[in-house]
Design a protein around this ligand. Structure first.
Ligand code: COA
Length: 259
């Protein structure tokens, strides 16, 4: 179904692998289009409850937008390229299911931006992060200037954005860009194990957390609190809440049905 992605789903988990290892999985227009399609599938396929995004090969998660394509762009096509990438990443971020980036090497430019659009990032020890666009005389176009300061704070984000420098996995962990760092050969297993832990919980409640954090980040404190209270109210009408609370009181494991 996809040319530049490997996509499979089993047992509730979709695995999405950007598959251009000879170009360090650089994001050309076709990859971006397919990423948007994959995000739509994750959103709409009820059998998929969460996803893991990674890159093919041992060296790169994604080494950025495809620089060959960038050379030919003009202001109109450049803006369109940025909007297309932003839309694909935003669709993934808002798919309503937990998405973990398993960062298996270079996550530069669009690669760092893709990882940041995922909800949780786990890095292998050899991962490297950066927004090197300024070295090419261009800026980030897929959300780097927007999500990076929200994740690591404005000063640290600006240092990365303005120098175009790279940081290793340990530094990315220290500044809060990734949730944890694991040996490369354990990256996918650790990512899956974390995702499975999340998927044991009520799916409607997990979705509400994702929605509240994603949408609430851009609201005033009062609006975000009101939004959270509304979601809390909605969850109060679900079978899952009745099951989860009853299971606790009856000292048994809850069986959630997402209803
Ligand atoms: N776009 C297009 N092609 C890319 C690419 C990108 N962002 N990143 C790597 N590639 C290609 C290289 O051109 C090379 O292709 P070739 O074998 O046909 O010459 C191949 O991937 C391997 O990359 P190479 O540079 O030889 O590997 P390296 O180990 O020496 O260096 C990097 C790795 C990541 C440091 C280096 O590839 C790099 O700096 N890439 C660009 C990063 C970047 O600026 N991203 C932001 C883009 S907006």
């Amino acid at each position: 179904m996809f040319t530049n992605l490997l996509f499979d789903s089993a047992d509730g988990i979709a695995r999405l692998t950007i598959n251009r290892p000879d170009k360090l999985n650089a994001l050309n227009a076709d990859v971006i289009r397919e990423l948007g399609e994959a995000a739509l599938r994750i959103e709409q396929d009820d059998a998929i409850r969460g996803a893991i995004v990674t890159g093919a090969g041992p060296k790169a998660f994604v080494a950025g937008a495809d620089i060959g394509e960038i050379t030919t762009q003009n202001p109109v096509s450049g803006r369109r390229r940025a909007l297309n990438g932003q839309a694909a990443f935003r669709r993934l971020e808002r798919c309503g299911k937990p998405v973990i980036a398993a960062v298996n090497g270079f996550a530069l430019g669009g690669g760092c931006e893709l990882a940041m659009a995922c909800h949780i990032r786990i890095a292998s020890e050899n991962a490297k992060f950066g927004q090197p666009e300024v070295k090419l005389g261009i800026g980030p176009g897929y959300g780097g200037t927007v999500r990076l300061p929200r994740l690591v704070g404005r000063g640290r984000a600006l240092e990365l954005l303005l120098t175009g420098g790279m940081i290793d996995a340990q530094e990315a962990w220290r500044i809060g860009l990734v949730n944890r760092v694991v040996p490369a050969d354990q990256l996918l297993a650790e990512s899956e194990s974390l995702l499975r832990k999340i998927l044991e919980n009520g799916p409607l409640a997990v979705r509400a957390c994702l929605e509240s954090v994603t949408a609430g980040a851009d609201m005033s404190l009062d609006d975000a609190l009101a939004f959270e209270a509304n979601l809390f109210g909605v969850l109060s009408g679900t079978d899952d809440m009745r099951e989860g609370t009853a299971a606790f009181l009856e000292k048994r494991k809850a069986t959630f049905r997402g209803e």
